[in-house]
Design a protein around this ligand. Structure first.
Ligand SMILES: *Cc1c(COP(=O)(O)O)cnc(C)c1O
Length: 838
């Protein structure tokens, strides 16, 4: 009798092949696709999941593959290539940062690494996935921490009327590229969490990304109450209590898991506020290991925490009923010997205001020493958003900087683009060995660039036809419609791409503002245009769903059927095809709601151009040489009127510039002006908006200094950490003592002398700095001139003076007292400022 539990084993010639099937970087690069399609063609084609393909076949078939020389050669080459890439030091080990940074833990609610691991919804997840991939390319020491959602975000289908249907297929963890994590003795690792009246156990999983690991947790442990087993079933669960429990699992569970497996990162990177509980758990470990009070432990943890905020609107922060804090965090507060009110205060603008909800972004800010937005514009917007937490700071001193997002170029390039960049000896650009890129791209002949564009477009059109035919079949379309789907689009026609989450601020209806005019642009006989549209609407978003239907109906107009297609189920696989094939990527968000946006960056390497609102990354990338912009770089309140204006602007650009330029061909059939832009966009923007640049920037500007600051606070039995916390408490308790006396301003031959009396009371002069502050003006930036301390005129009152030269009138300068500690972040850790009142 056959044994149905037989374990298969890889033949010797294929040893190590299972590692290939688990490496998300390799999976996303598609280098091994040929191998997987040999293993199980049917399952591979349908799932793009190599692990499932490999596990599905039997011993006999494996032996057969193992004795096929060509197959074995391919597999061995992939294994060797992977080994080499994982051991090549690339950039990090040779960088300055490697001297100070040991390990960063990157916490994120979602990770978009490949469609084979469906634990992402959109931009935030794709960014996290690209962050991991570039970290592994660069050799930067990062571990990811996230949740394993067994039903992920929903999958989208459309019915024959264009109604969105939401599907939640179940991913069996044994069939996706994840591995159960085991402890030293081989036992499963399970992470206990205290929930009200019970302990919830989290299962732990490991995902391989090149040389790095991503750790995932889920609650579907058989020992849990049935009601707890589904906590981590869905990403972006609508029920706030489940959301809260997920965020506890991510933050508390995630940090606990790292410690459990022997990792003690010096930097914790919170990718959005969802993960902010990690700071509390980290503080708990520090308090325990170092035997210091919670407040000191938090001050130490803070130095090693980086918080990246992703939203431009306060309404999008996760805010929870304060009742949850009391019921879920009481055991934590008791263990840390602090009141629940103190924990609550960390998530509130006004810590003592009991009507305020518990805000995860505020908790992240209270727990971080470095905070950034995700584009230059978003940095500015975030300073406004968080300004009330720093009420006495001028806006430019609100401590939020920016690191503009980027994309993992090797994951988004098409085979044709890959060949072109490789021929130009630029492929290693993305692998940590930057070469001057502009010159090389300048040398590429226009004919080569145009050939790549044509290959890319054709590849996409052929793929879209197959996909649309299948989509029509599933929607129950008749034979004519299915046949029509197989003839959509034309490989030679100017192709626009428009794919995003269908949500109000993306203004997904802008292109349809005047459907007649847009239809005329598309169906122009000499210069036709086609557009591929995709996107999911959140299940609760009726507006978004209605917009999907509008687009679907538009695409079904008889005269438009070959010009417009709504492709369902926007995910990484579809995104990859789209960003490879389109000529122009269209993006129409309502400024400043697009914090960064990354989809437009994905087209750069493939020679696609951007036509976008001046928002997010495009506000810093756009010039007339690289693409097109709509909007005036301002925000507008009169939404409807302004939308009409921008829609007209958009149509006019298409009619007068974009379409004519694409069809203006020379004698070889090449659109010269178009290719000029393609060249410029590829050469100047691709490296700037790559996640390689982004990860380097995080490592050098945020992780490495955080690691240093963290270790300084921790060293020598937490001497500096204790000192900073004492200083913070002194500032908080006695700031009321600080006041100004008389100010004397005297013009001298060489400039102006300022002299002022300052009473500091119980706060010693070493704990503050007295400055002359002058805001930026038309001739220069902000000035902060330190004033020198003179005599103590009476006890606790000092004379300060400064001499200022330069063009500014004396009344531009205002004396102020700010808290000062050589190792602290001000104003993050001490928000007080005392201004001289003129
Ligand atoms: C890149 C990407 C996004 C992010 O797109 P933006 O609209 O630029 O925020 C969302 N979903 C998928 C599937 C992506 O690949």
């Amino acid at each position: 009798m056959a044994d149905h539990r037989t374990e298969i084993t890889l033949p010797d010639s294929l040893r190590g092949m299972d590692d290939l099937a688990l490496d998300m970087r390799l999976i996303a690069s598609h280098r091994a696709d040929r191998v997987w399609s040999r293993v199980n063609p049917e399952l591979w084609a349908a799932s793009r999941n190599p692990w499932a393909a490999l596990k599905s076949i039997g011993q006999a078939q494996l032996e057969e593959l193992g004795s096929d020389d060509e197959f074995v050669t391919q597999v061995r080459a992939l294994i060797e290539d992977r080994r080499r890439r994982n051991s090549d030091p690339y950039w990090f080990p040779r960088s300055e940062a490697s001297k100070t940074l040991n390990l960063t833990a990157y916490f994120s609610m979602e990770f978009g690494l490949s469609e084979a691991l469906p634990i992402y919804a959109g931009g935030l997840g794709v960014l996290a996935g690209d962050h991991m991939k570039s970290s592994t390319d660069l050799g930067a020491p990062v571990v990811g921490v996230g949740l394993l959602y067994q039903q992920g975000y929903f999958r989208q289908a459309l019915d024959s009327q264009g109604n969105q249907r939401e599907l939640y297929p179940f991913s069996d963890p044994s069939e996706i590229p994840v591995q159960r994590l085991r402890g030293k003795d081989g036992a499963w690792i399970r992470i206990p969490l205290d929930f009200p009246g019970r302990t919830v156990h989290l299962r732990a999983w490991e995902v391989n990304v090149g040389r790095l690991s991503l750790y995932l947790l889920d609650s579907n442990d058989p020992a849990n109450e049935p009601s707890d087993r589904g906590i981590t079933a869905h990403l972006y669960e609508a029920d706030p209590q489940v959301r809260w429990e997920q965020e506890m699992a991510l933050g508390f569970g995630g940090w606990r898991l790292l410690r459990e497996i022997g990792l003690d990162p010096d930097v914790c990177h919170l990718n959005e506020g969802h993960a902010a509980f990690a700071v509390l758990e980290r503080a708990r470990w520090i308090a325990r290991d170092q035997n210091v009070p919670f407040a000191v432990a938090l001050t130490i943890a803070r130095a090693g925490t980086v918080f990246t905020t992703h939203t431009p609107v306060a309404a999008a922060f996760d805010r929870f009923d304060p009742g949850y804090v009391a019921s879920y965090l009481s055991p934590f507060a008791a263990e840390m010997r602090v009141s629940i009110g103190e924990i609550l205060g960390l998530g509130r603008m006004h810590p003592k205001d009991d009507s305020e909800p518990f805000n995860m972004a505020y908790l992240a800010i209270r727990g971080a020493s470095r905070i950034n937005g995700v584009s230059r514009l978003h940095g500015e917007v975030s300073r406004e958003l968080f300004a009330d937490l720093f009420p006495r700071c001028p806006i430019e001193e609100v401590p939020v900087g920016h690191v503009t997002n980027g994309v993992h170029v090797p994951s988004w390039d098409t085979p044709a683009a890959d060949e072109l960049w490789t021929d130009a000896e630029l492929r290693h650009q993305w692998l940590g060995r930057p070469t001057p890129i502009g010159e090389r791209v300048d040398k590429l002949p226009a004919s080569e660039l145009w050939r790549m564009r044509n290959r890319n477009r054709e590849r996409f059109v052929l793929w879209a036809r197959r996909r649309l035919a299948r989509q029509a079949t599933i929607a129950g379309a008749d034979a004519d419609h299915i046949d029509e789907a197989q003839r959509v689009f034309d490989p030679d026609v100017l192709t626009l791409g428009f794919a995003r989450r269908f949500t109000e601020y993306k203004r997904i209806g802008l292109l349809l503002h005047d459907p007649g005019r847009f239809a005329r642009i598309l169906t122009n006989l000499e210069r036709p245009v086609q557009i591929a549209v995709a996107g999911k609407a959140h299940p609760a978003d009726t507006f978004g769903k209605a917009m999907i239907q509008r687009w679907y109906e538009f695409s079904q107009r008889p005269e438009l059927r070959s010009h417009v297609a709504f492709i369902s189920d926007y995910d990484l696989l579809l995104a990859e095809q789209l960003v490879g094939g389109i000529d122009v990527w269209v993006n129409t968000p309502r400024r400043p709601w697009e914090a960064s946006g990354t989809s437009g960056m994905k087209v750069l390497v493939n020679g696609g151009l951007n036509l976008s609102e001046l928002d997010g990354w495009w506000a810093e990338a756009h010039t007339s040489q690289v693409g097109w912009a709509i909007g005036d770089g301002q925000e507008h309140d009169d939404a409807a009127e302004w939308d009409a204006e921008e829609a007209n602007n958009l149509y006019a650009l298409l009619e007068n510039e974009i379409v004519p330029m694409f069809y203006a061909r020379d004698e070889r059939g090449i659109p010269g002006d178009w290719i000029k832009r393609v060249r410029e966009s590829m050469a100047t923007l691709t490296p700037r908006f790559s996640s390689e640049r982004m990860v380097r920037q995080y490592v050098e500007e945020l992780y490495a200094p955080s690691a240093v600051a963290y270790r300084i606070r921790l060293a020598d039995h937490c001497r500096v950490g204790i000192d900073i916390q004492r200083w913070r408490e002194m500032i908080a308790n006695y700031w009321g003592d600080v006041s100004f006396g008389a100010l004397h301003i005297k013009a001298t031959a060489a400039g102006t002398d300022f002299r002022v009396l300052v009473s500091l009371g119980a706060i010693g002069p070493d704990a503050v700095q007295v400055q002359l502050y002058a805001a930026a003006w038309e001739h220069g930036g902000t000035e902060r001139i330190p004033m020198e301390r003179g005599d103590e005129v009476i006890r606790g009152t000092f004379s300060y003076h400064a001499h200022v030269e330069g063009p500014r009138p004396p009344d531009a300068y205002t004396p102020r007292v700010v808290p000062y500690h050589p190792n602290a972040s001000v104003p993050l850790e001490a928000v007080e400022v005392c201004w001289y009142a003129h």
